[in-house]
Ligand binder design. Structure first.
Ligand code: AP5
Ligand code: MG
Length: 241
């Protein structure tokens, strides 16, 4: 099966209808499947994916002031300063489509970002508390996922030449656009990205684990299986079990 759409249908047909999702954090290392799973959940619950990586790349592509500041930093996986990322997220969270919930993908990834987010959401009238899911995949598979990833620049669908190949090599199944590879999806950049993840983002995972409403899900399973486990975990946590 290429891409994510058929697995999304199987998840949407029988799971997740019992809850208002609220704010969901998808946490985990580069390549663990945050973007892939966020797309599953957004279809299921009709809530937006807020990927700080995607938003930053869009700013770089458009040449905005933020994009010009972020461009060099992102080239090989260093982190954009907290203030810039927080401001960008604040603007996105103010949009009305976040009312029933949203999936944060790639944010927060430092403790200052986590503390900022916690205070923002605490001030939001009627907001449900955060539920956090930590996805886990071992190093060798992460490397294969990162170096094999290709993206459709038109519909943003995510492929992998080793694991989730398109039907026609190099082209999107949905719209036929030529697939692209992210500049930071090299083995050399991956080492730095993992290093940043371990030093700066692992403490964020400990923070949400300590707050409760936290679950770990194995990301090295079929996309639909991971999605179903994430949905069950959110349902359990929203029910307070
Ligand atoms: P970002 O875009 O967030 O990159 P990342 O965290 O490194 O995560 P990835 O997007 O690489 O991985 P993913 O977990 O989404 O995996 P995916 O689903 O694509 O950030 C990029 C940069 O922006 C950062 O380095 C930084 O510079 C900056 N930035 C972003 N947020 C920031 C922040 N908060 N603060 C500061 N700077 C920030 O899957 C990977 C591959 O695996 C795909 O090919 C997919 O097809 C495949 N795959 C996924 N799941 C499965 C499965 N179950 N089975 C088989 N294949 C699978
Ligand atoms: Mg991603």
């Amino acid at each position: 099966m290429a891409g994510t759409s058929s697995s999304a249908t199987s998840v949407a047909s029988h799971l997740g209808h019992a809850v208002t999702p609220g704010p969901i954090l998808l946490l985990g290392a580069p390549g663990v499947g945050k973007g892939t799973q966020a797309k599953e959940l957004m279809r299921l619950w009709e809530i937006p994916q807020i990927s700080t990586g995607d938003l930053l790349r869009a700013n770089v592509a458009e040449g905005t002031e933020l994009g010009r500041a972020a461009r060099e930093i992102m080239q090989c996986g260093n982190l954009v300063p907290d203030d810039l990322v927080n401001q960008m997220v604040a603007v996105r969270l103010n949009q009305p489509d976040t009312r029933n919930g949203f999936i944060l993908d790639g944010f927060p990834r430092t403790l200052p970002q986590a503390h900022w987010l916690d205070s923002q959401l605490a001030a939001r009238p009627g907001a449900l508390p955060i539920v956090a899911i930590s996805l886990q995949v071992d190093y060798n598979l992460l490397l294969r996922r990162i170096t094999g990833r290709r993206n459709c620049p038109v519909c943003q669908r995510i492929y992998n030449v080793f694991l989730q190949p398109p039907k026609r090599d190099g082209f999107c199944d949905v719209d036929g656009a030529e697939l692209v590879q992210r500049a930071d999806d090299t083995e050399a950049c991956f080492q730095g990205r993992i290093g940043n993840y371990q030093s700066l983002t692992a403490p964020v995972i400990d923070h949400y684990r300590s707050l409760g409403r936290f679950a770990e899900v194995r990301g090295d399973q079929e996309i639909a299986t991971v999605a179903a486990e994430v949905v069950h975990a959110v349902e359990r946590m929203r029910a307070g079990a």
